[in-house]
Every structure is written in structure tokens, then in C-alpha cells.
Ligand binder design. Sequence first.
Ligand SMILES: [Zn+2]
Length: 606
Amino acid sequence: MAAAGLLGFLWLLTGPGAEGQATRAEVRGSRVEGKDASAPDPRPSAPSFPSAPDTRPSVVAAATATRTGFIAEGSAFQTPYWVVDSGTQGPKVLVTGGIHGNEPAGTEAADEIRYWPLAKGRLILIPRCNVPGLEAGTREAPGEPKELTDLNRNFPLSGKEDTARGPMAKALWAFVREHRPDYVLDLQEGSDFRSAGSESVGSSIIRVPHPETAALQDLMLAAVNATVADAEKRFACLRGGADGSLARACGERLGARAFMVETTYKDQPLALRVRQHRIVVHALLKHLGMVAGDASGMVPQARPTPATVYAAIYDGLGTSSTKTPPRFERILTPAADVLLRRVAPEDIRDGALAQFDMVIFAGGSGSGQANGLQEGGREAVRKFILGGGGYVGICAGAYLAASNYAWSLAVVNADSIDRQHWRRGNGQVEIELTPRGREFFNRPAAARLEIRFAQGPILAPGRKEDLPPYTVLAWYRTGIGQNGADPKTMIDTPAIVTGECGKGRVIVFSPHPEQTDGLHDLLLRAVRWTARREATPQATATGPQEFGGTDPANDGAVEPRPGRRYAERQPAPQTHLRRPRHPPNFTPAAWAIPRWNRSGPSLSVR
Ligand SMILES: [Zn+2]
């Protein structure tokens, strides 16, 4: 898919816009008093800001080169940095993240920003300033002496000696001094919304005093606040910065225009906070003429290998942001051929899926996810799949994919039945892979599997004329029935089905392979297959036909039967036997998944 390349092209074509010209009223609305080192901004009025330099294609250099290495190499604090050099003279901008280990949004954002195509200048990124803290998920670095616990107080203090304290701050400070950035954005997070009256600096931009920082702060605030509808969640305008912080030291010691950008982790999905950081950084870089386009860039422009899967996972309303995406990250991130990114519904509505090969909608609430997406997001997902994108839906994501709710996506020709008993309970159930399912999941022997069930949909053939029938990869062989549900209802109904939707591939799991030890390979297989990144030509050329079609080998297919009574149980596969009809070029080898060469490019994709 050429989406990433196309995106880069669009970036270059789109000139700078006028959103930097914020009015005072827009950015002043959220100012509040506070007690910490960051004071509300007392400026009476903003100076008018000069318009951004020209970044039309003729002035965009193509010679971007990225250098990478480690700060504090070999120590417990070792952390990677990237220097993205446009090859053209211009500003040096430092973007840092993860200075407090319990504030992951800045780390994620910096990781995404490093793939933005640069028109001029140099972008220096340290996404994980505090590696031990990030690994422990704690604000401070575990094991550090008491006086050094807060890394963001260990940089040179105001008016004192120009030295940092502790090995981590010393190493970072030496690196930053050497690179002498003109601009510094330290991406952090706060615990609560400043504009709602909290003393936390959550959802604010803090400027370190400098003749130029007030106007820059205004344009960054205007950009991010244009995306925040709730007045109490708007980014507040603060100045100062704690003594000993990296940003303040950069402002005072190096003369940099320095800012701390603070999102709020309270009740907000990570993907939204990452998006807000991207928007703020983009506003500055765009003003400086270093980037064009919008702030949506989330994946590398060049695919590390042709087989690399760019996978998105929905992170928003209807999903537990703290539980669900991390579970998939633990499973998929170790697979070297999968790059997984969280996408917010706002990202999806903005068309961010165009950068990805497939999207995962996981557990939670199907209607909640549909609400989060809103109509525009649901349409964007459908369009993505029709155009060749992949979809893996699990439990709530299977409800969302179904074809018989007013809010569902109708990307698989399956109805959710016995809807009044959806609260049928949780527990282990048995499923049986069909012959196609055994082939598909490369499990020739293990026909019956125990799997976690958590009120997933009971599926039956749908009645959509614009969708082909689905193919069954596994049937439920045992059932669960609480809260008035009959456990027998789910027995012999499909547990895993796959289907085509336009050019896209869809797999839905009613149960949870990702919550079942020993079945994570089912998820990986589904991700890779829907992404169409497999190198084997047969495997990428066709849809379900590759493994026998919608009426495939013998038991997999279920013909749609318009008007059939849904109370009727799905017949067991034994009653369904048909003659195998493989396409002529079908071989089990066509299913082989190429291993990504781990010694390949040094570009790190997590
Ligand atoms: Zn912080």
C-alpha cells in the first residue's frame, strides 16, 4: 500500500496555513491561577506574529538523514536519541518525552514525530529521557537517591552553577548542551485539568520567559485548543517552569525558546493525549517552516521491509485505554514485523487509517466504540476497509463489525442474534477449528481449543446483499448462559469468521484469543492476514478465495439465508460437508509467513 508515501507527498504539497494567527480571546479563555512554579501568564496583549516562511515543494530538500545513538550508553539510564537532519539550513528543535516515567504520552508522540518529513532545519528527539522510570511506570527513576528522585529538578538551577545533578541528568544535559537547540518542547503529562481549577499543570503549555516564547505559546495553544470542545479541558497558558527542569535550564542557560507541554492523563485515552502532543509540536514546526501538511503522521514514511505490518488499535470511548491496548502491545510488539500504534477516534475521523494496513477493534463496548467514532469515524473505517484495509474485531469489535445494529459498521455479513441475552456471562468455552480454520491458523492437529469468552456476539448469517457470505474458521462447541440466556444457544454457532468487504479483509472473533494463554498466535495470524503484507503472491492477490473461498473446502461456508428465523440454531459442520474446491494455485505453502529480518535496518519500529 502506498499510503505512507502518498502522505509524504501530500505533506510536501500543502503549504503553511494561517492557524498560527490566534486571537487573544481564543487562547486566554482557559487561563487560571495556580500555586506551582508555573504562573498564569500576565501578558496584557499578544504581539502580532510574523507569518511562517515558505515551504512549497521547490524549497523542500530531499536529503533528510537520521542519525541515531544512545545517551548514557552502557549505563542503566541508556536512552536512544534521533537527529533528523533535513540537509537544509534551519532551526534546531529538541523534542523530549518521558522525563517522568508515568507520563507516556510524550514518549509516544516523540516516537511518531521522528518520522515527519522535514523541510529544513534539524529535529532532535529524546523520546525516553527516564528509561528506568518508564519501565517501572513511576514518575521517578527507581533506586535513585532521595535528593535525585525527580529527574526534572536535576538540571542546572536558576542563577547557580551550570551543572546537572545525578548521572541521568548529567548525561542528558551534556547531550543537550552539545546540540544547542534553538527551540525546546518537553512533552509531559499532568494528573488533572488546569482549566477546571486543578493545581496540576495537566492540559497546559508552560513557557519559559524569553522575548519570543509568548507568541509561540499562543499559536501552539490555538492549534491544540481548536480540537478541545470542553472549556474545562482546554489547554491553559502558563509561564515559568520548575527550577531545575530541563526546559527552564534550556531557556536560561542556552537561550532556547523552551516550553513544557502538559497533557492530562486523568480520564483521557493515551491516543488522545499523544495526538494533542503531536498537534502542539506540529504547530511550532509548521510555523518555523520545518513541516507542512497536518499533524497526523504516525508511521515511518518508508516501510522497513515490505512485510512490515502497520497496525492500528482503536483507543477511545468503548475500550479501556489502560487495559486493552496494552494487552495487544504486549502480544504484538515482540513480533518484529508488526508496528502497532494506538489511534484515537479523532485520528480516525481525520483519515489517519490511510497510513495503516489494518485496524484492531478489541474488547469493551461495541456501541460505545460506535459512539466514540461518531458517524464520521464509522464511515472512515468502512471506507478504509472497502479500499483494502484490514479489520480484526474481537468481542466488542465483533459486535461493531456486525451488520444488524443501527450503529454497527456492517463490514462482515453477520448478524448478532439473541441480542436480548447479550449479558450471557464470562468464562472458558470450547471452540472447534474448521478444516479451513486449522489451515488458516496453521494448527493441523489441534481442532478443539479452550478460549476465553466474555459476552461476545452470537453470530448468524447476515442479509446484506452488498457483502459476500462469511467463512467460518471455528465453531463454538460449548456455551455459557447467565442472566436468562440459554447456554445451548451459542453451541454450534460461529466463534471466528472471516469475510471480504470491498477490497478489504475482515476477521471477527466472538471470544478472546488475546486473553487466552497459548492462543496469541491466532491474533497474530489474523493481523498479518488482514494486513495483506505477506510476501507470497497468492496470499496477497485474493480474499478468502485463497483458502477455498466463501464456499471453500467443506464445512467453512454458510450461505446467507434471507428471512431465516434467527432462533434457529446454526447446524453443526458435520451436516454441512461439501466437496473441497481449492483454487488451482492453492498450496499450504502459500500461507507461510515471512519472518522479518531482525538484523535489517537500524530504524527501530516498536
Ligand atoms: Zn511531568
